[in-house]
Design a protein around this ligand. Structure first.
Ligand SMILES: Cc1ncc(COP(=O)(O)O)c(C=O)c1O
Length: 431
């Protein structure tokens, strides 16, 4: 991971003219036109800063879905083989592009199910508790669904969820988790920990964890290591293969712009690709593709991440993912994260002008330790502030008690969006 702040705050300048100039010089600027930008009731474009929650719809999504609707209308069941993108192998059209987004090999990646369901499937295989080693280590402010999922796995295996869960907490007065504390937990309790399960980018603070460092430490102490990359996929360079992580799961409705409730992604490291000893839940889609429709065969497991599929997948949702991934493959994560660092650095620069007595950015200031999201704590604010921001045409996300999460997304947000957002926040705070 890089540690240097490439874009020091002095890189940036104040004023609307500067923002406009940055947009003019932005090689990715035209991609905004490839998305539907939500508008207010007077037809004015909103400042949409919640790609960390639900990404915007690519213009092409409708065509990709329509193609499948047409093929279904015209071909019926024959579409499984005869559709322009045949449905039987449809998930394979997504694999390579998705693998590139998360830094993995195609054999390590599959699009299937939804995030929490995939997390459970991964724990069926990679959470193998014994009487001595049964605990699960997660970050203290993990996304609630992850916490509920790991607690239920503990209970499922007959353990007490409170005793079995170890929380990696930020120190008193800090918001960010500290690696020294992580090492101490492993040193002191490593032999009791079966699984380390961390959010690759924390949903609340925006902290991008060092996935390789966490994996190496976990493995050194004999633990399995997995990540929830819901806030990482399409946002930061995850390099999942090189990290050596055992598994990762993510969704596609945030930075991957594939629509509400769309399918999730799943990574299983190549070294597990051909393992038959791992316990797993299976279905006909985990069975060898060549013989799947002979129906009577003994189960013959597919190698790689595909071997964790259960069911034939929803093609309409996959069509939306294909539309979005085609855009990602045109640009590549390297160029996207380069712009992201500039845009978020500019956002940080402008927010800092508001003064430390007014706001505190709890997201790390090192660009290598964050994606595009900044979590802004507004001193003595309450939900009314967020309501005013929304009324002013800025769509952001409010977390109790006093944090606004904002994500300028490099695919469709502009420097002018960022400028306008901060101006409106300033006016509200001064008003
Ligand atoms: C970090 C994180 N984990 C898990 C989830 C739950 O995802 P799903 O409802 O797709 O299972 C979300 C949803 O926003 C999330 O942000």
């Amino acid at each position: 991971m890089e540690t240097e702040n490439q874009y020091t705050l002095s890189t940036y300048q104040l004023g609307l003219e500067y923002a406009k100039q940055q947009d003019q010089n932005d090689p990715l600027a035209s991609y905004r036109n490839r998305f539907h930008i939500p508008k207010d009731k007077n037809g004015n474009e909103l400042i949409y800063m919640t790609g960390n929650s639900l990404g915007l719809q690519p213009i092409t999504t409708k065509d990709y879905i329509n193609q499948e609707l047409e093929d279904w209308a015209n071909l019926g069941v024959e579409g499984h083989h005869e559709a322009r993108h045949p449905w039987l192998p449809y998930h394979e059209f997504l694999t390579e592009n998705m693998a590139n987004v998360v830094g993995a090999k195609p054999i390590e990646v599959v699009v299937m199910n939804t995030l929490t369901a995939n997390l459970h499937l991964m724990m069926v295989s990679f959470y193998k508790p014994t009487q001595r080693r049964y605990k699960i280590l997660i970050e203290a402010d993990a996304f609630p669904s992850d916490k509920y999922a790991v607690e239920s796995q503990l209970r499922h295996h007959g353990f007490d969820a409170t005793d079995g869960l170890i929380l990696w907490k930020a120190r008193k007065g800090d918001e960010l988790a500290n690696y020294e504390d992580f090492e101490t937990i492993l040193k002191e309790q490593g032999e009791e920990i079966a699984l380390v399960m961390i959010g690759g980018v924390n949903y609340y603070t925006g902290q991008f964890f060092d996935i390789k460092r966490i994996t190496d430490l976990g493995h050194k102490h004999g633990c399995m290591v997995g990540f929830d990359c819901a806030h990482g996929a399409g946002n930061v360079e995850l390099n999942l293969h090189d990290s050596g992580a055992d598994f990762a799961v993510w969704c596609t409705y945030k930075y991957l712009n594939s629509g509400p409730g769309s399918l999730g992604g799943c990574f299983v490291h190549e070294r597990h690709a051909n393992r038959k000893d791992l316990n797993r839940f299976t279905g006909w889609w985990s069975h060898n593709k060549e013989t799947r429709f002979k129906m009577r065969d003994e189960f013959d497991q597919l190698p790689g991440a595909e071997g964790w599929q259960l069911s034939n997948p929803p093609i309409l949702s996959m069509a939306a993912i294909r539309a979005s991934l085609d855009i990602f493959s045109e640009i590549g994560m390297e160029k996207l994260t380069l712009k992201s660092k500039q845009l978020t650095g500019y956002f940080e620069f402008l927010l800092k002008q508001l003064g430390e007595d007014v706001i505190k950015i709890i997201t790390p200031s090192n660009p290598a330790e964050r994606g595009c999201q900044l979590s802004i704590q507004v001193k003595s604010a309450n939900k009314k502030l967020h309501d005013k921001l929304t009324a002013s045409g800025v769509i952001s996300d409010w977390r109790q008690p006093d944090v606004i999460r904002c994500a300028p997304v490099p695919l469709y947000n502009t420097f002018e969006d960022v400028y306008t957002m901060v101006e409106r926040l300033k006016n509200i705070l001064n008003g």
